[in-house]
Ligand binder design. Sequence first.
Ligand SMILES: [Mg+2]
Length: 320
Amino acid sequence: MTDLDGTLLDSHYGWRAAGAMIKRLRRQSIPLVLSTSKTGAELSPLRRRMRHGDPYIAENGGTLGLPAAFLSGLGFPYALRRDVVLELGWNQRRLSTLLEKLAREAEVRLRTLPQMKLQEVAQRTGLTIANARRARKRENSMPFTFVEATSNHIQRFLRAAEEHGAKVAKGARFWHLTMGSDKGDAMNALVLLIRLLTKENVQTIAAGDSPIDLPMLRQADLAVLFPGSDATVDPQLQRSVPKALVAHGNGPDAWAEAIEEALSRLRARPKTGIMTRRPVATANAPQALALLESFASRPPASRWRLKVTRRKAASRSLFP
Ligand SMILES: [Mg+2]
């Protein structure tokens, strides 16, 4: 699982220097899961250029994309006409209402990314206007900024969010609100699905540079931390994942080097990662389908967005 901005991508959104490593992962059938706060729409041109056919986690864990070819490669038992996009988190309308409520409770002023003009989004992010438009198309997460807020205001806001069970994380350019899923939840869902389909243990490497990546960094078998532009790693990350591998820089060159090191460390380890200790139902393919369906029926907001050709399957949820 890799974050993009500040991790795999350089400050101009370049990734080509990591091309050889990306190819190698593909040759070795090691899924490269892109995990980002970008939207699915923003990711798709990048995924096309990268020839990326593996799953992706978009909108900070609110969305999990499962390409049809990836699923059938794992032995998914039903024909899929299109890729599956699971909305794990609340939708935008509900998030907006929640955000307004949190702002009122904490007495802070906020601006959400969809409220910003395209020019401003482009200016803040360095994106082209076309990509800024894609970035503004949120489905399951809400990026925002505080307006003239003191650290007291922000603390109050974070407490209110916690009381409501919302997830708020600080990314490189915006704060992000999700409800129901974060990068770690989406990673776990994906790992569980792969294990159910393949009946094999899955080991995970998670790469990231900011506190927004912590839920996946904490839960992966091996975390790789990337320093910011000031060459130091975020102290919260260092503290939270002290055994992580630390990359020598960020962007595609450093990323390729760090992933190479991470792969060899993981191979040298006995296979007792956190994922392998977690109890999981004995796997078979119908159960995997039930898992997908359980996402669909799991309240409050998850639902199928794309139709899947399937027989009627057990609706029993695999989640306790
Ligand atoms: Mg990042």
